[in-house]
Design a protein around this ligand. Structure first.
Ligand code: WTA
Length: 664
């Protein structure tokens, strides 16, 4: 267990504000979607009315809602509960019906350089056919479909086809292992998995279907066989795969039997839309459940206001993978519901070289670009001479998400990528919040490098102390959301108690986000990182305990402790300390380190692979036997070791820190 769950003391550093501020230019403000601060006042005066107005104005309802928020059974919120809509129709058919069928929805760029353009009419047609295909495979409203795909148009088509039928998708990031995939398939009891043979990553085909096969062959966790009846396989990588007769079907062979006629039905606003797994403080990832009407309202509103989207002229690009919530809300639902044009790129930023992203921006004249601080820092390391070779003059707004952006990276992003003039919106939100919560409005906010600044209209955020009392300006504390919001997590799939325990136990009626934050003298919000055992590596959430369980699952390991240590590029890096079982003295530490890093990657996924594994003889424990990760973090970050007086054996940390120093 952690020694420092959810306390303010565990914050490692305090961000500071040196008064630097960038007001919007007159030119930007004049054309901005939100150009009057009145929106904040109006929303604050009556948040429910504000959200109802967004839901009515921005979405098409099959049956109008009369109820707005139902909070009679907290923390289980319902929004717009008596209304009915079809999420896919909102993202597709209605644009076509409005005469926008010829507008490009997706400019797809494959990693090898192949391209594909899908207009709204074409995307709608493909989704209708896919919906018919899924219907004949037995998918109906209320079912769950697992999606394990590369970044290709069929991924978006699959998600929308599932949504169109009133079923829920559970997208599993393609970098997750067979074991992680299987755990998620079992948890949602999916009968259908949609995958591809493989996808392109770093210049080669990374296989996916073989991982699905492996996942389905794994021993059944609780004696129950997998629920999967069919695996639908998109041909992408061209790699050799095996097809199991009766279970596996090629997408391109099946789809030819279906036409593009499909009438979207309305489903209740609280119908599940997706379940997305995210790491928590305990071992097992949580299935975060999102529903339809409220989620789509907030994804649509924030996409339009924070990115200041002009769907008729902007070209948007979000570099996230659809396997994460950022891809759900700002590749699929936010952009498409707004009828925007976007770029979708399959591969990595350094393939074939570090110019790739900038070349794509130049090629498609991307005007709004959304990425993560870790990527910006990698580009900084490579140097400004790379982006400077490309014409980036189409860019008019930049966004950041996933972790706090350090002011140096913010300034580099604005100067080098944004020609010293684009606004940067630093957007704070979570898988659980579904959509952006804290972010500037670019036509209104004077930007401060490193701060997300201000709650979105209609969202009530506070920074509180351990007892839940709001802190004063200039003080740090814990971030909470004070009122229910439309895109909020509705439940942890299959585990309502965990939903209550994780988010609502600490402060009762306020949602506890797990992030530390500080208010500056102006009341602007500066995020300080997680206050729990969740690490943030390259903007991906990883749980220390989940990695620890993978490590102790290895036959050579007796005990393990994992911390997230500051890392110049990835924000945090996974650092593990392990005690080997006594008979393991025969393998060298270098061998053990290599073996254990690979072990974690194969059990959870490559993103969880520790940067360092240190073999130690003891771990620092309190007299009651709790591991003091705080001290291990000090050692891993090369800092002076903090207070060790509560340790049972005060010498332990000296040995560990010598061990870390020796390897640096
Ligand atoms: C962190 C990603 C500071 C935060 C959308 C949060 C951020 C976790 C920011 C959620 C930001 C995300 N500034 N921290 N702009 N954006 N975070 O669920 O710790 O993958 O709790 O959602 O990322 O990560 P998740």
């Amino acid at each position: 267990m952690s020694d420092d769950h959810g306390t303010i003391e565990s914050l490692s550093s305090l961000a500071h504000d040196d008064g630097e501020s960038y007001p919007p230019s007159a030119e930007f403000r004049e054309q901005a979607n939100q150009r009057s601060p009145e929106v904040y006042l109006r929303a604050a005066a009556d948040p429910e009315a504000y959200w109802a107005e967004q839901a009515q104005n921005r979405l098409t309802w099959k049956k109008p809602f009369t109820e707005i928020l139902d909070w009679t059974n907290p923390p289980f919120a319902k929004w717009f509960a008596d209304g009915e809509l079809n999420v896919a129709e909102n993202c597709l058919d209605r644009h076509v019906a409005n005469g926008l069928g010829d507008r490009v929805a997706i400019h797809f760029e494959g990693e090898p350089g192949d391209t594909r353009t899908l207009t709204y009419a074409e995307l709608t047609h493909e989704v209708k056919r896919a919906a018919n295909m899924l219907t004949s495979l037995g998918v109906t409203a209320g079912d769950r479909v697992a999606i394990y795909m590369p970044m290709i148009p069929e991924t978006v088509i699959s998600m929308l086809a599932v949504a169109r039928l009133g079923a829920a998708h559970s997208v599993v990031f393609g970098g997750f292992s067979a074991e992680s995939l299987r755990a998620r398939i079992d948890d949602v009891e999916a009968e259908l998995v949609i995958t591809a043979d493989g996808g392109y990553r770093k210049g080669r085909v990374s296989p996916l279907k073989p991982v699905v096969d492996q996942a389905l062959e794994l021993d059944d966790a609780d004696g129950k066989p997998s629920t999967v009846k069919h695996v639908l396989v998109v041909k992408r990588g061209g790699n050799d795969i095996e097809m199991t007769e009766g279970r596996d079907l090629w997408w391109h062979e099946e789809i030819t039997s279906y036409d593009g006629e499909h009438t979207p039905k309305g489903f209740p606003a609280e119908n599940p839309l997706f379940i997305l797994y995210t790491s928590g403080t305990t071992g097992k990832p949580k299935g975060i459940l999102h529903t339809s009407g409220g989620y789509l309202t907030q994804a649509t509103t924030t996409f339009s206001d924070v990115f200041d989207i002009k769907p008729e002229s902007d070209v948007f690009w979000c570099t996230a993978d659809v396997g994460w919530v950022t891809g759900h809300s700002y590749i699929v639902y936010g952009p498409l519901s707004n009828g925007a044009t976007q770029v979708m790129y399959e591969g990595t930023p350094d393939t074939p070289d570090w110019g790739r992203w900038w070349q794509i921006i130049e090629k498609y004249k991307v005007s709004i670009f959304y990425t993560a601080p870790t990527a910006i820092r990698s580009c900084m390391k490579v140097g400004r001479q790379v982006p400077e070779q490309y014409d980036l003059s189409s860019l008019r707004l930049l966004g950041s998400v996933g972790e706090p952006i350090n002011p140096e990276a913010w300034r580099w992003y604005r100067d080098v990528i944004g020609a010293g003039k684009t606004p940067i919106v630093d957007t704070w939100w979570q898988t659980e919040t579904g959509a952006m919560m804290v972010a500037p409005l670019p036509g209104l906010t004077s930007l401060k490098p490193g701060s997300s600044q201000i709650a979105q209209p209609g969202i009530s955020i506070a920074v509180v102390d351990d007892d839940g009392n709001p802190v004063e300006n200039g003080q740090g504390g814990l971030l909470v959301v004070e009122r229910p919001w439309p895109a909020m997590v509705r439940n942890v799939w299959g585990d309502p108690q965990r939903f209550i325990d994780t988010y609502w136990d600490k402060f009762g009626d306020k949602y506890f986000a797990g992030d530390g934050a500080r208010l500056d003298e102006d009341g602007d919000i500066w995020f300080l990182g997680r206050v729990d055992d969740v690490m943030n590596v390259s903007g991906h959430r990883l749980s220390t305990t989940e990695i620890e369980s993978a490590l102790v699952g290895h036959h050579a390991v007796a005990e393990a402790a994992v911390v997230g240590a500051d890392d110049e590029t990835t924000g945090q890096a996974v650092v593990a300390f392990v005690i080997l079982k006594s008979q393991q003295h025969l393998i060298t530490e270098a061998e053990a380190e290599q073996e254990l890093r690979a072990h974690v990657a194969s059990h959870i996924g490559a993103i969880a692979r520790p940067r360092n594994v240190y073999v130690v003889n003891e771990l620092p424990k309190t007299r009651s036997g709790k591991i003091m990760r705080r001290l291990l973090k000090d050692a891993a970050e090369g800092r002076k070791i903090g207070d060790t007086t509560t340790l049972a054996d005060t010498m332990v940390m000296q040995l560990i820190s010598d061990r870390v120093v020796a390897e640096r």
